[in-house]
Design a protein around this ligand. Sequence first.
Ligand code: LFR
Length: 479
Amino acid sequence: MTAGAAVAVDLGATSGRVVVGHVDQAAGTLGLDHVARFPNRPVRLASGLHWDLTGLYRDLTYGLADAFRREPGVTSVGVDSWAVDYALLRGDRLLGEPFHYRDGRNEAAVEAVHARVPFEELYRRNGLQFLPFTTVYQLAAERTGGCLGLADALLLIPDLVGFQLTGAKVAERTNASTTGLLDIETGEWDRELAVRLGLDASVLPRLVAPGTPLGGLRPEVAAELGAPAGVRVVAVGSHDTASAVVAVPMRPEAAAYISCGTWGLVGVELERPVTTDAAREANFTNEGGVDGRTRFLRNVMGLWLLSESVRRWERDGPPIDLPELLAQAAAVTTPVPVFDANDPRFLAPGDLPGRIVRWCLENGVAPPRSHAEFTRSIIESLAEAFANTVRTASALSGVDVETVHLVGGGALNTLLCQRTADRTGLPVLAGPVEATAIGNVLVQARSTGSAKGDLESLRSLVSRAFSPTRYDPGRPRER
Ligand code: LFR
């Protein structure tokens, strides 16, 4: 048993996990123990595409119970997830399962929002890139025919889990920064913007910084899960990308990062936002980081392109062995098309391979044919988009990028890492794979007193515990 263990609940768009972390700063050690992993399967209801949040909550609480059984020295729990999505509540009651950000309802809402507040003004106020699913657009869709009028609170996904565990209703700042309703200058809710968009700002909860203790478990929850006495829930960088960036073992003044899973979040860490016309035109975002830093980045479509293609192939054919498919893709020697990975047509679930073919035909290039060629084409297109985005991030921010850190599940994809090194012309340091859970654990450890110092001190623990794999440009590693 280790005193002061921290449990990270990390919910991703395709799976969730519960991980116990042990931090001993004096000894310079950081260990992770994987307790549970469960799928996150969205459901298409009559009202649209939703998250099965009730199912996710059940699975994560089973994971927590396992964590408490295995590690009675747990003192804290932290929750992170994907951003932008929210639940509406009236009193303690959930008003339905949250919408999935990939639901089609936002299309009309974008125009309605920009008719009230043009995008240039939105960008000045919130500093966010245009993504059609940002919470402000979802809420505009909710106004027509949704439950907004019934709600007295809006909670983002990790805050909703925190509420179920503790009873506290708050909005953690890094994730709140993805809603479009946070004022980039003051860091407070932009109530005037809410009013102009016809939204009732009284549903927005109190903002809290990462590291803030939210309180103990509700007694029924503690009893049901067999929690050790005194366990506290701590707000972490509850936007998964914010937690991942905490655990990038980088020197921010000379590095770019790619947090690569379902999405590829590509950018740099800054002390101040950049909201110039050039940043807006390049569609760069200024999301809130831990310790008040700015995550200046752009969303690139990410491994979603591959996972959704595989889902389509498996619907129509036999199951696919992913490592085998990636090995075949690495062996492809025929030219494959590099398509625009950021084309909005790739956002919604469905026939991704068919959409790639259509993109190629519209752009006068020969489409891929086999699964291996599609996979290679996806990886080349992602690596190209990553490289362009790293260059733009550097030009817009003035950070002289010497190294690219690639963290998250994508760090296991050797072909993607190598091709990113080749296409950026920079060394890629891959790992840690579990950056998000590590960042989550580190912010808890600092809040409970088992770690101290700024992000640089926390990152030095990460680089000691998880040595990255290096990919040099132009020198493919042996497979
Ligand atoms: C990554 C992520 C991105 C966000 C997208 C949608 O998991 O959180 O940062 O833009 O999901 O929420």
